[in-house]
Write a protein that binds this ligand. Structure first.
Ligand code: NAD
Length: 483
Protein backbone atom coordinates (compact mmCIF):
# COMPACT_ATOMS: atom_id res chain seq x y z
CA UNK A 1 0.00 0.00 0.00
CA UNK A 2 1.31 3.48 -0.87
CA UNK A 3 1.99 5.87 1.96
CA UNK A 4 2.31 9.63 1.16
CA UNK A 5 4.94 9.95 3.96
CA UNK A 6 7.44 8.29 1.63
CA UNK A 7 7.40 11.39 -0.56
CA UNK A 8 9.67 13.48 1.66
CA UNK A 9 12.55 11.04 1.03
CA UNK A 10 12.35 11.52 -2.74
CA UNK A 11 14.13 14.88 -2.78
CA UNK A 12 13.88 17.59 -5.46
CA UNK A 13 11.98 16.41 -8.51
CA UNK A 14 12.11 19.61 -10.52
CA UNK A 15 14.73 18.45 -12.96
CA UNK A 16 13.50 15.02 -14.03
CA UNK A 17 13.86 14.48 -17.74
CA UNK A 18 10.77 12.87 -19.20
CA UNK A 19 9.98 11.72 -22.73
CA UNK A 20 6.41 11.25 -23.94
CA UNK A 21 5.91 9.31 -27.16
CA UNK A 22 2.72 10.29 -28.99
CA UNK A 23 1.30 13.83 -29.00
CA UNK A 24 -2.39 13.00 -29.29
CA UNK A 25 -5.09 13.72 -26.73
CA UNK A 26 -3.28 11.80 -24.00
CA UNK A 27 0.39 12.34 -24.90
CA UNK A 28 0.14 16.09 -25.49
CA UNK A 29 -1.84 16.71 -22.31
CA UNK A 30 0.52 14.49 -20.28
CA UNK A 31 3.60 16.22 -21.72
CA UNK A 32 2.23 19.72 -21.04
CA UNK A 33 1.17 18.74 -17.52
CA UNK A 34 4.50 17.09 -16.65
CA UNK A 35 6.17 20.33 -17.77
CA UNK A 36 3.67 22.28 -15.68
CA UNK A 37 4.62 20.34 -12.53
CA UNK A 38 8.28 21.11 -13.05
CA UNK A 39 9.83 18.50 -15.34
CA UNK A 40 11.90 18.85 -18.47
CA UNK A 41 9.79 17.18 -21.14
CA UNK A 42 10.32 16.10 -24.73
CA UNK A 43 7.14 15.16 -26.60
CA UNK A 44 7.82 12.93 -29.61
CA UNK A 45 5.53 12.19 -32.52
CA UNK A 46 6.18 10.67 -35.92
CA UNK A 47 3.64 13.00 -37.54
CA UNK A 48 5.87 15.79 -38.86
CA UNK A 49 3.00 18.19 -39.55
CA UNK A 50 1.71 17.84 -35.99
CA UNK A 51 5.15 18.43 -34.50
CA UNK A 52 5.73 21.47 -36.73
CA UNK A 53 2.38 22.92 -35.61
CA UNK A 54 3.24 22.29 -31.96
CA UNK A 55 6.66 23.87 -32.43
CA UNK A 56 4.90 26.97 -33.80
CA UNK A 57 2.86 27.05 -30.58
CA UNK A 58 -0.44 25.77 -32.04
CA UNK A 59 -2.45 23.64 -29.62
CA UNK A 60 -3.82 21.25 -32.34
CA UNK A 61 -6.58 19.88 -30.09
CA UNK A 62 -9.38 21.65 -28.27
CA UNK A 63 -8.78 21.30 -24.52
CA UNK A 64 -9.41 23.82 -21.78
CA UNK A 65 -6.13 25.20 -20.30
CA UNK A 66 -3.94 23.41 -22.86
CA UNK A 67 -3.12 26.58 -24.84
CA UNK A 68 -2.07 28.28 -21.60
CA UNK A 69 0.22 25.41 -20.59
CA UNK A 70 1.81 25.14 -24.02
CA UNK A 71 2.40 28.91 -24.13
CA UNK A 72 3.85 28.81 -20.62
CA UNK A 73 6.37 26.01 -21.22
CA UNK A 74 7.04 25.62 -24.95
CA UNK A 75 10.68 25.95 -25.89
CA UNK A 76 11.74 25.82 -22.25
CA UNK A 77 10.47 22.89 -20.19
CA UNK A 78 8.40 21.52 -23.08
CA UNK A 79 9.88 20.63 -26.46
CA UNK A 80 8.58 18.78 -29.48
CA UNK A 81 10.44 16.56 -31.90
CA UNK A 82 9.97 13.81 -34.46
CA UNK A 83 13.25 12.21 -33.43
CA UNK A 84 12.91 9.47 -30.86
CA UNK A 85 16.63 9.42 -30.11
CA UNK A 86 16.66 13.20 -29.51
CA UNK A 87 13.62 12.92 -27.25
CA UNK A 88 14.98 9.98 -25.28
CA UNK A 89 18.39 11.52 -24.75
CA UNK A 90 18.97 11.66 -20.99
CA UNK A 91 15.34 10.88 -20.10
CA UNK A 92 14.86 8.59 -17.11
CA UNK A 93 11.20 7.89 -17.88
CA UNK A 94 9.57 7.31 -21.26
CA UNK A 95 5.78 7.43 -21.28
CA UNK A 96 4.20 5.81 -24.32
CA UNK A 97 0.83 7.27 -25.34
CA UNK A 98 0.31 6.04 -28.89
CA UNK A 99 -3.03 4.78 -30.18
CA UNK A 100 -4.27 1.23 -29.62
CA UNK A 101 -7.19 0.98 -32.08
CA UNK A 102 -9.34 -2.12 -32.44
CA UNK A 103 -8.46 -4.90 -34.90
CA UNK A 104 -11.27 -6.41 -36.98
CA UNK A 105 -11.83 -9.09 -34.31
CA UNK A 106 -12.11 -6.48 -31.51
CA UNK A 107 -8.66 -7.10 -30.04
CA UNK A 108 -6.59 -4.00 -29.34
CA UNK A 109 -4.01 -3.43 -32.04
CA UNK A 110 -0.76 -2.89 -30.13
CA UNK A 111 1.48 -2.95 -33.20
CA UNK A 112 2.38 0.78 -32.95
CA UNK A 113 3.31 0.26 -29.30
CA UNK A 114 5.52 -2.68 -30.32
CA UNK A 115 7.23 -0.70 -33.03
CA UNK A 116 7.86 2.26 -30.68
CA UNK A 117 9.40 -0.18 -28.16
CA UNK A 118 11.64 -1.72 -30.78
CA UNK A 119 12.86 1.80 -31.65
CA UNK A 120 13.35 2.65 -27.97
CA UNK A 121 15.45 -0.52 -27.58
CA UNK A 122 17.74 0.72 -30.35
CA UNK A 123 18.01 4.24 -28.82
CA UNK A 124 18.65 3.33 -25.18
CA UNK A 125 21.44 5.55 -23.83
CA UNK A 126 21.28 4.57 -20.15
CA UNK A 127 18.63 3.28 -17.75
CA UNK A 128 15.05 3.99 -18.83
CA UNK A 129 11.73 3.29 -17.17
CA UNK A 130 9.36 2.56 -20.05
CA UNK A 131 5.82 3.39 -18.93
CA UNK A 132 2.76 2.36 -20.91
CA UNK A 133 0.09 5.07 -20.74
CA UNK A 134 -1.84 3.75 -23.72
CA UNK A 135 -4.81 1.56 -22.85
CA UNK A 136 -3.67 -2.02 -23.44
CA UNK A 137 -4.80 -5.59 -22.84
CA UNK A 138 -3.62 -7.23 -19.64
CA UNK A 139 -0.23 -8.86 -20.23
CA UNK A 140 1.08 -6.15 -22.59
CA UNK A 141 3.75 -4.90 -20.16
CA UNK A 142 5.27 -8.37 -20.02
CA UNK A 143 5.25 -8.56 -23.80
CA UNK A 144 6.87 -5.18 -24.13
CA UNK A 145 9.74 -6.21 -21.88
CA UNK A 146 10.34 -9.09 -24.30
CA UNK A 147 10.20 -6.74 -27.31
CA UNK A 148 12.72 -4.36 -25.72
CA UNK A 149 15.07 -7.25 -25.04
CA UNK A 150 14.60 -8.79 -28.48
CA UNK A 151 15.60 -5.50 -30.14
CA UNK A 152 18.79 -5.19 -28.16
CA UNK A 153 18.08 -3.48 -24.82
CA UNK A 154 19.91 -5.24 -22.00
CA UNK A 155 17.52 -6.14 -19.13
CA UNK A 156 19.60 -4.05 -16.71
CA UNK A 157 18.94 -0.95 -18.89
CA UNK A 158 15.19 -0.80 -18.54
CA UNK A 159 12.11 -1.60 -16.51
CA UNK A 160 8.53 -1.56 -17.79
CA UNK A 161 5.57 -0.18 -15.84
CA UNK A 162 1.92 0.57 -16.43
CA UNK A 163 0.38 3.96 -15.69
CA UNK A 164 -3.06 4.00 -17.30
CA UNK A 165 -4.58 7.37 -18.04
CA UNK A 166 -8.07 8.30 -16.85
CA UNK A 167 -8.37 11.83 -18.24
CA UNK A 168 -11.59 12.80 -19.97
CA UNK A 169 -11.45 14.79 -23.17
CA UNK A 170 -12.81 18.28 -22.57
CA UNK A 171 -11.46 18.43 -19.01
CA UNK A 172 -8.20 16.60 -19.69
CA UNK A 173 -5.78 19.12 -18.18
CA UNK A 174 -7.70 19.47 -14.90
CA UNK A 175 -8.19 15.68 -14.79
CA UNK A 176 -4.45 15.13 -15.18
CA UNK A 177 -3.43 17.71 -12.57
CA UNK A 178 -6.19 16.84 -10.09
CA UNK A 179 -6.88 13.14 -10.63
CA UNK A 180 -9.18 11.02 -8.46
CA UNK A 181 -6.25 8.60 -8.25
CA UNK A 182 -3.02 7.74 -10.00
CA UNK A 183 -2.64 4.06 -10.77
CA UNK A 184 0.97 2.88 -10.80
CA UNK A 185 1.40 -0.68 -12.03
CA UNK A 186 4.94 -1.50 -11.03
CA UNK A 187 6.60 -4.86 -10.58
CA UNK A 188 9.68 -3.52 -8.77
CA UNK A 189 10.63 -0.85 -6.25
CA UNK A 190 12.84 1.09 -8.66
CA UNK A 191 9.88 1.62 -11.02
CA UNK A 192 7.49 2.72 -8.28
CA UNK A 193 10.05 5.16 -6.85
CA UNK A 194 10.72 6.76 -10.24
CA UNK A 195 7.04 7.10 -11.05
CA UNK A 196 6.29 8.47 -7.59
CA UNK A 197 8.99 11.11 -8.12
CA UNK A 198 7.49 12.05 -11.45
CA UNK A 199 4.08 12.66 -9.87
CA UNK A 200 5.38 14.04 -6.55
CA UNK A 201 3.95 17.59 -6.90
CA UNK A 202 0.48 16.05 -7.31
CA UNK A 203 0.99 13.54 -4.49
CA UNK A 204 2.21 16.01 -1.85
CA UNK A 205 -0.21 18.80 -2.81
CA UNK A 206 2.69 21.06 -3.83
CA UNK A 207 1.30 21.79 -7.27
CA UNK A 208 -2.20 22.64 -6.03
CA UNK A 209 -0.70 25.06 -3.51
CA UNK A 210 1.37 26.96 -6.08
CA UNK A 211 0.11 30.41 -7.04
CA UNK A 212 0.19 29.75 -10.79
CA UNK A 213 -1.65 26.40 -10.59
CA UNK A 214 -4.52 25.72 -12.99
CA UNK A 215 -7.68 26.06 -10.83
CA UNK A 216 -8.76 22.87 -9.10
CA UNK A 217 -12.22 21.56 -9.97
CA UNK A 218 -14.82 21.39 -7.19
CA UNK A 219 -14.36 18.32 -5.00
CA UNK A 220 -10.85 17.67 -6.35
CA UNK A 221 -8.91 14.99 -4.49
CA UNK A 222 -5.87 16.92 -3.15
CA UNK A 223 -3.33 15.49 -2.75
CA UNK A 224 -3.95 12.82 -5.36
CA UNK A 225 -4.29 9.25 -4.12
CA UNK A 226 -1.98 6.55 -5.46
CA UNK A 227 -3.11 3.02 -6.17
CA UNK A 228 0.03 0.92 -6.37
CA UNK A 229 -0.50 -2.41 -8.11
CA UNK A 230 1.21 -4.97 -10.28
CA UNK A 231 1.43 -4.00 -13.95
CA UNK A 232 -1.13 -6.66 -14.90
CA UNK A 233 -3.66 -5.31 -12.38
CA UNK A 234 -3.11 -1.73 -13.59
CA UNK A 235 -3.76 -2.77 -17.19
CA UNK A 236 -6.96 -4.47 -16.15
CA UNK A 237 -8.09 -1.55 -13.94
CA UNK A 238 -8.22 0.71 -17.00
CA UNK A 239 -10.27 -1.68 -19.12
CA UNK A 240 -12.56 -2.54 -16.21
CA UNK A 241 -13.21 1.15 -15.46
CA UNK A 242 -14.15 2.02 -19.02
CA UNK A 243 -16.34 -1.05 -19.40
CA UNK A 244 -18.11 -0.28 -16.13
CA UNK A 245 -18.77 3.36 -17.05
CA UNK A 246 -20.08 2.35 -20.47
CA UNK A 247 -22.31 -0.19 -18.72
CA UNK A 248 -23.77 2.57 -16.52
CA UNK A 249 -24.65 4.61 -19.62
CA UNK A 250 -26.28 1.68 -21.40
CA UNK A 251 -28.12 0.72 -18.22
CA UNK A 252 -29.68 4.14 -17.83
CA UNK A 253 -30.56 4.23 -21.54
CA UNK A 254 -32.40 0.92 -21.17
CA UNK A 255 -34.24 2.37 -18.16
CA UNK A 256 -35.05 5.49 -20.23
CA UNK A 257 -36.72 3.32 -22.85
CA UNK A 258 -38.92 1.73 -20.18
CA UNK A 259 -39.74 5.21 -18.85
CA UNK A 260 -40.88 6.32 -22.31
CA UNK A 261 -43.18 3.33 -22.67
CA UNK A 262 -44.77 3.94 -19.27
CA UNK A 263 -44.95 7.72 -18.91
CA UNK A 264 -42.25 7.84 -16.23
CA UNK A 265 -39.50 10.46 -16.21
CA UNK A 266 -35.97 9.07 -16.36
CA UNK A 267 -34.51 12.19 -14.72
CA UNK A 268 -36.65 11.47 -11.64
CA UNK A 269 -35.63 7.82 -11.72
CA UNK A 270 -31.95 8.81 -11.95
CA UNK A 271 -32.34 11.22 -9.05
CA UNK A 272 -33.77 8.40 -6.97
CA UNK A 273 -31.11 5.94 -8.08
CA UNK A 274 -28.13 8.28 -7.96
CA UNK A 275 -28.82 9.51 -4.44
CA UNK A 276 -28.08 5.98 -3.28
CA UNK A 277 -24.41 6.35 -2.35
CA UNK A 278 -23.71 2.80 -3.50
CA UNK A 279 -24.77 3.81 -7.02
CA UNK A 280 -23.97 7.52 -7.46
CA UNK A 281 -25.41 9.70 -10.20
CA UNK A 282 -22.35 10.14 -12.43
CA UNK A 283 -22.56 8.44 -15.82
CA UNK A 284 -26.28 7.86 -15.35
CA UNK A 285 -27.05 10.32 -18.12
CA UNK A 286 -29.59 9.17 -20.68
CA UNK A 287 -29.11 10.12 -24.31
CA UNK A 288 -28.05 8.80 -27.69
CA UNK A 289 -25.30 6.76 -26.11
CA UNK A 290 -21.55 6.80 -25.69
CA UNK A 291 -18.87 7.16 -28.35
CA UNK A 292 -15.34 8.48 -28.53
CA UNK A 293 -12.06 6.77 -29.09
CA UNK A 294 -12.12 4.83 -25.82
CA UNK A 295 -15.37 3.23 -24.63
CA UNK A 296 -16.33 1.38 -27.83
CA UNK A 297 -12.83 0.08 -28.49
CA UNK A 298 -12.07 -0.74 -24.86
CA UNK A 299 -15.30 -2.72 -24.51
CA UNK A 300 -14.37 -4.77 -27.56
CA UNK A 301 -10.80 -5.19 -26.34
CA UNK A 302 -11.89 -6.36 -22.87
CA UNK A 303 -14.34 -8.80 -24.43
CA UNK A 304 -11.49 -10.15 -26.57
CA UNK A 305 -9.23 -10.42 -23.50
CA UNK A 306 -11.98 -12.30 -21.66
CA UNK A 307 -12.48 -14.60 -24.64
CA UNK A 308 -8.73 -15.33 -24.75
CA UNK A 309 -8.92 -16.09 -21.03
CA UNK A 310 -11.69 -18.65 -21.63
CA UNK A 311 -14.55 -16.47 -20.40
CA UNK A 312 -17.46 -15.26 -22.53
CA UNK A 313 -18.17 -11.74 -21.18
CA UNK A 314 -21.65 -11.51 -22.77
CA UNK A 315 -22.61 -8.53 -20.62
CA UNK A 316 -20.22 -6.38 -22.66
CA UNK A 317 -21.85 -7.41 -25.94
CA UNK A 318 -25.21 -6.31 -24.54
CA UNK A 319 -23.77 -2.97 -23.40
CA UNK A 320 -22.60 -2.35 -26.99
CA UNK A 321 -25.92 -3.49 -28.48
CA UNK A 322 -27.98 -1.19 -26.24
CA UNK A 323 -25.69 1.66 -27.26
CA UNK A 324 -26.18 0.91 -30.95
CA UNK A 325 -29.96 0.56 -30.52
CA UNK A 326 -30.11 3.92 -28.79
CA UNK A 327 -29.00 5.71 -31.97
CA UNK A 328 -31.60 3.86 -34.02
CA UNK A 329 -34.27 4.72 -31.43
CA UNK A 330 -33.44 8.39 -31.78
CA UNK A 331 -33.68 8.32 -35.57
CA UNK A 332 -37.05 6.58 -35.19
CA UNK A 333 -38.11 9.39 -32.87
CA UNK A 334 -37.15 12.00 -35.50
CA UNK A 335 -39.14 10.09 -38.12
CA UNK A 336 -42.20 9.89 -35.85
CA UNK A 337 -42.00 13.62 -35.15
CA UNK A 338 -41.84 14.52 -38.85
CA UNK A 339 -43.97 11.69 -40.35
CA UNK A 340 -41.42 11.18 -43.09
CA UNK A 341 -37.72 11.98 -43.28
CA UNK A 342 -37.23 12.18 -47.03
CA UNK A 343 -36.56 15.75 -48.15
CA UNK A 344 -36.64 17.19 -44.63
CA UNK A 345 -34.25 19.97 -43.62
CA UNK A 346 -32.74 19.25 -40.20
CA UNK A 347 -30.69 21.57 -38.04
CA UNK A 348 -28.12 19.75 -35.91
CA UNK A 349 -26.42 21.08 -32.80
CA UNK A 350 -23.28 19.11 -32.01
CA UNK A 351 -20.85 16.92 -33.92
CA UNK A 352 -18.22 16.07 -31.28
CA UNK A 353 -18.63 12.79 -29.42
CA UNK A 354 -19.26 14.83 -26.29
CA UNK A 355 -19.20 18.45 -25.17
CA UNK A 356 -15.92 20.28 -24.60
CA UNK A 357 -13.87 18.47 -27.24
CA UNK A 358 -13.24 18.61 -30.99
CA UNK A 359 -12.90 14.81 -31.14
CA UNK A 360 -15.38 13.13 -33.49
CA UNK A 361 -14.02 9.59 -33.28
CA UNK A 362 -16.98 7.17 -32.95
CA UNK A 363 -19.21 10.18 -32.35
CA UNK A 364 -22.87 9.21 -31.84
CA UNK A 365 -23.78 12.57 -33.45
CA UNK A 366 -21.97 11.65 -36.66
CA UNK A 367 -23.53 8.16 -36.66
CA UNK A 368 -27.04 9.64 -36.28
CA UNK A 369 -26.41 12.18 -39.06
CA UNK A 370 -25.23 9.41 -41.42
CA UNK A 371 -28.49 7.53 -40.82
CA UNK A 372 -30.56 10.67 -41.42
CA UNK A 373 -28.72 11.48 -44.65
CA UNK A 374 -29.34 7.92 -45.80
CA UNK A 375 -33.06 8.46 -45.20
CA UNK A 376 -32.98 11.47 -47.56
CA UNK A 377 -32.70 14.37 -45.09
CA UNK A 378 -30.62 17.49 -45.63
CA UNK A 379 -28.58 18.57 -42.62
CA UNK A 380 -27.26 21.91 -41.49
CA UNK A 381 -24.90 21.36 -38.56
CA UNK A 382 -23.12 23.49 -36.00
CA UNK A 383 -20.47 22.57 -33.45
CA UNK A 384 -18.39 25.01 -31.39
CA UNK A 385 -15.11 23.11 -31.98
CA UNK A 386 -15.47 19.92 -34.02
CA UNK A 387 -16.56 21.18 -37.45
CA UNK A 388 -13.15 20.88 -39.11
CA UNK A 389 -12.71 17.28 -37.98
CA UNK A 390 -16.35 16.41 -38.75
CA UNK A 391 -16.10 17.55 -42.40
CA UNK A 392 -13.76 14.65 -43.10
CA UNK A 393 -16.41 12.17 -41.89
CA UNK A 394 -18.75 12.89 -44.83
CA UNK A 395 -18.18 12.11 -48.49
CA UNK A 396 -18.02 14.80 -51.13
CA UNK A 397 -21.55 15.72 -52.19
CA UNK A 398 -23.23 14.62 -48.95
CA UNK A 399 -26.31 16.74 -48.17
CA UNK A 400 -24.69 18.40 -45.17
CA UNK A 401 -23.57 21.97 -44.65
CA UNK A 402 -21.75 23.40 -41.65
CA UNK A 403 -22.79 26.69 -40.10
CA UNK A 404 -21.02 29.20 -37.91
CA UNK A 405 -23.76 29.45 -35.30
CA UNK A 406 -26.57 27.44 -33.75
CA UNK A 407 -29.06 30.02 -35.01
CA UNK A 408 -27.86 29.56 -38.59
CA UNK A 409 -28.23 25.77 -38.25
CA UNK A 410 -31.85 26.26 -37.11
CA UNK A 411 -32.76 28.49 -40.05
CA UNK A 412 -35.47 26.92 -42.26
CA UNK A 413 -35.25 23.66 -40.31
CA UNK A 414 -38.21 21.29 -40.12
CA UNK A 415 -36.71 20.19 -36.80
CA UNK A 416 -33.67 20.94 -34.68
CA UNK A 417 -31.67 18.06 -33.14
CA UNK A 418 -29.34 18.33 -30.14
CA UNK A 419 -26.72 15.62 -30.52
CA UNK A 420 -23.85 16.82 -28.29
CA UNK A 421 -24.14 18.26 -24.79
CA UNK A 422 -22.17 21.50 -25.25
CA UNK A 423 -22.75 23.98 -22.41
CA UNK A 424 -22.98 26.69 -25.06
CA UNK A 425 -26.21 25.13 -26.38
CA UNK A 426 -27.88 25.23 -22.96
CA UNK A 427 -27.39 29.01 -22.92
CA UNK A 428 -28.96 29.68 -26.35
CA UNK A 429 -31.67 32.29 -26.76
CA UNK A 430 -34.62 29.97 -27.40
CA UNK A 431 -36.82 32.58 -29.05
CA UNK A 432 -34.05 33.50 -31.45
CA UNK A 433 -33.53 29.80 -32.17
CA UNK A 434 -37.21 29.15 -32.80
CA UNK A 435 -37.96 32.19 -34.96
CA UNK A 436 -36.21 31.13 -38.22
CA UNK A 437 -37.36 27.48 -38.05
CA UNK A 438 -40.00 26.13 -40.43
CA UNK A 439 -41.53 24.23 -37.54
CA UNK A 440 -40.61 24.65 -33.85
CA UNK A 441 -39.75 20.99 -33.25
CA UNK A 442 -36.74 20.17 -31.09
CA UNK A 443 -35.42 16.66 -30.53
CA UNK A 444 -32.97 16.60 -27.68
CA UNK A 445 -30.70 13.56 -27.81
CA UNK A 446 -28.81 14.69 -24.71
CA UNK A 447 -31.60 15.90 -22.39
CA UNK A 448 -29.86 19.25 -22.35
CA UNK A 449 -33.06 21.25 -21.95
CA UNK A 450 -35.95 20.70 -19.58
CA UNK A 451 -39.45 19.97 -20.89
CA UNK A 452 -40.75 22.94 -18.84
CA UNK A 453 -38.27 25.29 -20.50
CA UNK A 454 -39.25 24.02 -23.94
CA UNK A 455 -42.95 24.26 -23.24
CA UNK A 456 -42.49 27.88 -22.18
CA UNK A 457 -40.50 28.62 -25.34
CA UNK A 458 -43.26 27.13 -27.49
CA UNK A 459 -41.39 24.14 -28.88
CA UNK A 460 -42.71 20.70 -29.62
CA UNK A 461 -40.10 18.80 -27.68
CA UNK A 462 -38.92 15.21 -27.58
CA UNK A 463 -36.07 14.03 -25.36
CA UNK A 464 -34.85 10.70 -24.00
CA UNK A 465 -36.88 8.90 -21.33
CA UNK A 466 -39.04 11.91 -20.51
CA UNK A 467 -42.57 12.91 -21.42
CA UNK A 468 -42.83 14.80 -24.70
CA UNK A 469 -44.06 18.38 -24.92
CA UNK A 470 -46.73 19.00 -27.55
CA UNK A 471 -48.12 22.56 -27.39
CA UNK A 472 -51.88 22.71 -27.36
CA UNK A 473 -53.48 23.73 -30.63
CA UNK A 474 -54.98 27.24 -30.76
CA UNK A 475 -58.59 27.14 -29.38
CA UNK A 476 -61.06 26.90 -32.22
CA UNK A 477 -62.99 30.05 -33.08
CA UNK A 478 -66.62 29.11 -32.10
CA UNK A 479 -68.24 32.07 -33.98
CA UNK A 480 -66.74 30.80 -37.25
CA UNK A 481 -67.93 27.30 -36.36
CA UNK A 482 -71.53 28.59 -35.93
CA UNK A 483 -71.39 30.35 -39.28
P1 NAD B 1 -4.27 9.81 -30.58
O1 NAD B 1 -4.55 9.05 -31.79
O2 NAD B 1 -4.92 11.13 -30.35
O3 NAD B 1 -2.69 10.04 -30.44
C1 NAD B 1 -1.73 9.09 -30.75
C2 NAD B 1 -0.50 9.84 -31.23
O4 NAD B 1 0.55 8.90 -31.42
C3 NAD B 1 -0.71 10.52 -32.58
O5 NAD B 1 -0.34 11.89 -32.49
C4 NAD B 1 0.21 9.77 -33.54
O6 NAD B 1 0.74 10.59 -34.57
C5 NAD B 1 1.29 9.29 -32.58
N1 NAD B 1 2.06 8.15 -33.08
C6 NAD B 1 1.64 7.08 -33.77
N2 NAD B 1 2.68 6.27 -34.06
C7 NAD B 1 3.77 6.84 -33.52
C8 NAD B 1 5.15 6.48 -33.49
N3 NAD B 1 5.58 5.37 -34.04
N4 NAD B 1 6.00 7.32 -32.85
C9 NAD B 1 5.56 8.47 -32.29
N5 NAD B 1 4.28 8.85 -32.29
C10 NAD B 1 3.39 8.04 -32.90
O7 NAD B 1 -4.60 8.83 -29.36
P2 NAD B 1 -5.08 9.23 -27.89
O8 NAD B 1 -6.52 9.55 -27.88
O9 NAD B 1 -4.11 10.19 -27.31
O10 NAD B 1 -4.93 7.82 -27.16
C11 NAD B 1 -3.66 7.25 -26.90
C12 NAD B 1 -3.85 6.06 -25.97
O11 NAD B 1 -4.37 6.51 -24.72
C13 NAD B 1 -4.84 5.01 -26.49
O12 NAD B 1 -4.41 3.75 -26.08
C14 NAD B 1 -6.12 5.38 -25.77
O13 NAD B 1 -6.97 4.28 -25.62
C15 NAD B 1 -5.61 5.84 -24.44
N6 NAD B 1 -6.47 6.78 -23.74
C16 NAD B 1 -7.13 7.76 -24.44
C17 NAD B 1 -7.92 8.66 -23.74
C18 NAD B 1 -8.67 9.74 -24.48
O14 NAD B 1 -9.55 10.34 -23.87
N7 NAD B 1 -8.35 10.01 -25.73
C19 NAD B 1 -8.05 8.58 -22.34
C20 NAD B 1 -7.35 7.60 -21.67
C21 NAD B 1 -6.57 6.71 -22.38
Amino acid sequence: MFNNNHLSSLGDTSKMRIAVVGSGYVGLVAAACFAEIGHQVFCIDNDGAKVAALQRGETIIHEEFLPELIARHKGERLQFTTSLSEGLNGASIVFIAVGTPPCANGEADVSVLDSVCSEIARSVDGFKLVVVKSTVPVGTNKRIARVLQRYGAHPSCFRVASNPEFLREGTAVADFLYPDRIVLGCNCRRSSELLTRAYKPLLDGGYAASSSAIPAPDNAQIPARVVLTSSASAELIKHACNAFLAMKISFVNAIANICEANGADVEEVVEGMGSDQRIGSRFLKPGIGFGGSCFPKDLKALRAVAHESGYDFRLLAEVMQINEDQRANFVRKVRQALWTLKGKQLGVLGLAFKGGTDDVRESPAIAVIHRLLKEGCRVSAYDPAATARARAEFPEGAEITFTKSAYAAATDADALLVLTEWEEFAALDLQRLRAPMKQPILLDGRNLFSPQQMEKAGFTYYSVGRPEVIPELEPRDSSREAA
